[in-house]
Design a protein around this ligand. Structure first.
Ligand SMILES: O=C(O)[C@H](CS(=O)(=O)O)OP(=O)(O)O
Ligand SMILES: [Mg+2]
Length: 230
């Protein structure tokens, strides 16, 4: 199918179907947060907005990338929140690339946020909706982040029904600049296990669908049954 792969700066018009990919780490983190019980994730455009949303939300929690900061409850690390209890909670998430990409296409009729952790369910969700050609937003490094492009291409293959071997795509992500920086501890708010968790394929059985809820852009998990062949 004639899918498109684009960086955030190249987004000139609202796509019909968008899959926003951030492997390291925003949408691996989001998937882990849902697996730890989060009910929904509100995407914020700035740290100030994230804190204001948390303040107005009652028992909401706020998460940002980079170093821990006052007012924020968590950082953008899958390993650091893999044993958290987010049962029934609303999280507000703000990161450098992933949440920015999702907000850039928030007005599209169908928006999914994805990483390797939810690659299969994301592809199955799109196939079940006969979604047609997809615009993949490669969020990192102005569209050149190898881990995001590899994941986007892998999901595209699965949308098209090819029984793609994930190994070469995961290898590209493992040898990406982002993986190197995370492995060397150069990124604040990280854990040595982050890269490994970001490279797990189909760890979770849900896709992550973003929608407009009043003035908010909200990410929710949607269970997608496994298919016999996908
Ligand atoms: O937290 C991340 O991995 C990055 C920010 S940085 O590159 O570490 O500064 O944000 P993301 O939006 O998840 O790519
Ligand atoms: Mg990233």
């Amino acid at each position: 199918m004639d899918h498109q792969f684009t960086g955030i700066p190249e987004l000139t018009e609202t796509p019909r179907v968008a899959v926003v990919v951030d492997v390291m780490r925003a949408f691996t983190v989001a998937a882990w947060a849902f697996s730890r019980g989060a009910e929904r994730i509100v995407l914020a455009s700035t740290e100030r907005e994230a804190l204001a949303l948390k303040e107005g939300g009652g028992d909401w929690l706020a998460l940002k990338d980079g170093a821990p900061a006052p007012g924020f409850d968590a950082v953008n690390s899958p390993a650091l929140l893999r044993s958290a209890d987010f049962g029934g909670r609303t999280l507000v998430q703000k990161t450098t690339a992933g949440t920015v990409g999702a907000l850039a296409v928030a007005q599209a009729p169908l928006v999914l946020c994805a990483s390797f952790a939810v690659a299969g369910p994301t592809a199955r969700y799109l196939r079940s909706r006969a979604a047609g050609p997809v615009t993949f937003v490669v969020t990192g490094e102005d569209g050149r982040a190898e881990e995001d492009l590899a994941c986007a291409e892998y999901i595209a293959r699965r949308v098209d029904g090819d029984g793609a071997d994930p190994a070469p795509y995961v290898h590209r992500a493992r040898t990406s600049r982002a993986a190197g920086e995370l492995a060397e501890g150069l990124r604040a708010g990280s854990h040595p296990d982050d890269v490994a968790l970001c490279l797990e394929v189909d760890r979770f059985p849900f896709a992550m669908v973003a929608g407009q809820e009043g003035p908010l852009t909200v990410l929710r998990p949607v269970a997608v049954p496994a298919a016999e062949a996908d």
